[in-house]
Design a protein around this ligand. Structure first.
Ligand code: C2E
Ligand code: CA
Ligand code: CA
Length: 702
């Protein structure tokens, strides 16, 4: 083993060289140099020298100088140098050690000592070198292990200048095998790295490689192509290592993004889904309000050269449908309606459901005209668009878009205004918005701003319409009907302001005001010793959401020292449709406190018979619409007669309102109707007139 080691002996005296050679020859290769220059030549010539034995005293270049050259040259500086000095040349020893000598031996040589020292030195040198080699190998192995255990696939690759289409893989770790599904053997045989890159991403990879040429670290996402043919998403980092002549050398790390990509895909899908949900109505999958506004905006911008019409559609008495057939069926009907819109409108327009049974559409005027027959049949329930055996009709308000600058929500509001105008109209199913409608709405707004002050300022007053006994024609009661004496507009009819106050809830305050006015009137008349009759007070449907209604009325009675016999309460039949449970509870409660309850407008709505079954009212007030044809239609008079008879069997009194002619009165009296109210006997009159009327009647009697 030791023969592998070469010792260079540098000494100008031949005999010295001979002695030293003799000491080492058996175990080491020995090269000799007789001066410094020769020694340097040998070293620079590439001879592998493991140790140098150097004589200090030499002509021309002495040993210390040569030592300087050796220790300054990176190639030789690690070669141990042992300096030979004469005994007693302490100074030389020190200089040699200062200049980097590793040891020294002293002439005359003691061969055994010299050999032992050099052996030790070589032993140490070899040990160190090997140890270093081992640790380097060890470190490399550990790095390889590490590289193989990192989750990322690592590859180094090279490519010729401008030949990025041909990229050779020169090194890779286990992870790259795992990522690509290839064995290490497979990867070694790859001619081009493209074989493991998904076709559609190869261009991207070339771009990354080019970019990396200017020393930046490039990151991106590309798909690797696995041996099986499938591809996986990876996050790739490419870095240039160096450029050797015309060869570029790079390293790339590929991180598996499958999970992340999956998560991203799920997130993307979720976003798409969320967006769909945000734009569409869950039930019918039509656009919702916001999406409709956006779509219209876009439509008008991209296609401004058409005449457009916004439609606001409403299913008549949809609440009744829900009530009669259940919510599930109600939802089905809404989906059926949505289908009609999809099939008939969406072909050439945009449809949405804003809420409940309110559908909104936008079409061109031309298309609307073309569809008018179909639309009319749909509105009138003449086309079979749903599964129900029940006539479902609709109303629609249209707004003709004259000015596209008007905000879309306002356009829809205007179509809705046109709808509101005809909502309960049996004859007219559609109407167009016009500016007079706008004026009405403005007037409404004005009333709303004025109503509270009007109540405080006593601008509301009560009229009394007498109700007479059908047999005796004597006034046995009256209905309190409110009027608004507006300082600018004069007297406003309740038919105008009551629906507005019902919408904004103010009606409950007004009803209580009327009730108190009636109580005050009764109280004053009683105090004066005048005859009084019970007076009916109208209670709007909104009151039945108030659980303390009876308490508030009782409180008024107490305040004006009256009993529940002094007033009656009128509740309109349609209140039942809105809120049947609360209404039934409220009626029971009011009756328990001794009030007489009238069912107003009986026969005008859809649920008259249901209502009759559930609500035990005292008096049935038959709607005035029956008076229109009672004189001429046998059928109409039969219906009224049957209602009166039915009421009797249910122990209810009957009152017919809207009686305008003698003939009507006589027919009703013959049918056994109990009480009559109508212009034939009296229009609504002022409080004073009503007091006078009662007095006159009393006087006539006595
Ligand atoms: P309603 O409760 O059905 O009152 C009857 C309406 O018919 C009254 O109209 C009355 O003037 C009118 N009328 C009475 N006899 C005849 C007749 O022979 N022929 C015709 N064509 N009409 C007749 P008015 O006073 O304009 O009241 C309209 C509606 O306003 C009332 O209908 C009622 O629903 C509501 N209303 C009036 N006052 C109040 C009130 O204080 N509170 C509430 N909640 N509603 C009220
Ligand atoms: Ca009434
Ligand atoms: Ca009525």
């Amino acid at each position: 083993m030791k023969k592998d080691i070469t010792i260079l002996i540098v000494d100008d005296i031949e005999v010295n060289r001979l002695i030293l050679s003799g000491i080492f020859e058996d175990a080491y290769n020995v090269i000799e140099a007789d001066d410094g220059d020769t020694a340097l030549e040998i070293l620079r010539g590439g001879a592998s020298v493991d140790l140098i034995l150097l004589d200090v005293v030499m002509p021309r270049m002495n040993g210390i100088e040569l030592l300087g050259y050796i220790k300054q040259d990176a190639r030789f500086k690690d070669i141990p140098v042992v300096v030979n000095t004469q005994s007693g040349e302490r100074e030389n020893e020190l200089r040699a050690l200062d200049s980097g000598a590793d040891d020294f031996i002293i002439k005359p040589y003691n061969p055994k000592i010299v050999r032992r020292r050099i052996d030790n030195l070589i032993e140490k040198y070899i040990y160190q070198r090997n140890a270093m080699k081992d640790s380097l190998e060890d470190a490399q192995n550990r790095i390889d292990d590490l590289i193989d255990t990192v989750p990322g696939g690592i590859g180094t690759f090279e490519t010729g200048d401008g030949e990025e289409n041909n990229i050779r893989l020169t090194y890779f770790n286990d992870a790259l095998c795992r990522l690509t599904g290839y064995t290490a053997h497979d990867l070694k045989l790859l001619t081009n790295i493209f074989e493991i890159i998904y076709e559609n991403d190869r261009e991207t990879f070339i771009r990354l490689v080019r970019k990396a040429q200017n020393d930046s670290i490039i990151k991106s996402k590309i798909r690797l192509k696995r041996k099986s043919g499938e591809h996986i998403w990876t996050g790739v980092t490419v870095k240039k290592i160096r450029k050797d002549s015309s060869k570029w050398i790079y390293t790339a790390v590929f991180m598996d993004l499958t999970d992340e990509k999956e998560a991203e895909d799920i997130a993307k899908k979720t976003l798409v889904e969320l967006r769909y949900r945000a734009e569409h109505d869950n039930l019918t999958a039509l656009f919702n309000r916001e999406a409709f506004y956006i779509a219209i905006d876009k439509l008008f911008k991209t296609n401004p050269n058409h005449e457009y019409v916004i439609g606001y559609w409403n299913i008549d008495k949809f609440k009744v449908v829900n009530e009669l057939f259940g919510r599930k069926k109600g939802d089905e009907i809404l989906c059926d309606a949505a289908r009609w819109f999809k099939d008939n409108i969406r072909k050439n327009g945009i449809c949405a459901r804003f809420e409940a049974d309110h559908f909104v559409t936008c079409t061109t005027k031309e298309y609307l005209d073309e569809m008018s027959d179909e639309i009319n049949r749909f509105l009138a329930g003449e086309v079979k668009w749903n599964t129900l055996n029940y006539p479902i009709v609709l109303h629609v308000g249209f707004y003709y878009v004259e000015d596209m600058e008007v905000p879309v929500n306002l356009m829809c509001d205007r179509a809705n205004m046109a709808l509101e105008l005809i909502k309960n109209n049996y004859m007219t199913r559609w109407s167009y918005y016009n500016d007079s409608l706008k004026e009405n709405i403005m007037a409404e707004q004005e009333l709303i701003t004025e109503m509270k002050d009007a109540l405080k300022g006593h601008q509301f007053y009560v009229c009394y319409q007498p109700i007479v006994d059908a047999r005796t024609k004597k006034t046995i009661s009256a209905e309190a009907l409110v009027r608004w004496k507006h300082p600018k507009r004069g007297i406003i009819s309740p038919g105008f302001f009551i629906p507005i106050f019902e919408k904004n809830g103010f009606i409950t305050k007004l009803d209580m005001y009327v009730c108190e006015e009636v109580c005050r009137h009764q109280h004053e008349e009683k105090k004066r010793g005048n005859v009084t009759v019970p007076v009916s007070v109208n209670l709007s449907r909104i009151n039945f959401y108030n659980n303390d209604l009876h308490k508030e009325i009782l409180e008024l009675l107490r305040k004006y020292e009256l009993t529940s016999e002094d007033i009656k309460l009128e509740i309109t039949e349609s209140a039942y449709t809105d809120n049947p449970e609360d209404l039934v509870t409220a009626i029971d409660m009011l009756k328990r406190y001794g009030f007489k309850v009238l069912m107003d407008d009986f026969g005008s709505g859809y649920s008259s018979l249901n209502m009759l079954k559930d609500c035990c009212v005292d008096i049935l007030k038959i709607d005035m619409k029956f008076m229109d044809d009672i004189e001429n239609s046998k059928r109409a008079s039969n219906i009224v007669y049957n209602i009166i008879t039915l009421a009797k069997t249910l122990d209810m009194e009957t009152l017919v309102e809207g009686v305008e002619t003698e003939k009507q009165y006589e027919m009703l009296a013959d049918m056994g109707c109990d009480d009559i109210q109508g212009y034939y006997f009296s229009k609504p009159i002022s409080e004073e007139e009503f007091v006078e009327r009662l007095m006159m009647e009393q006087m006539a009697e006595s």
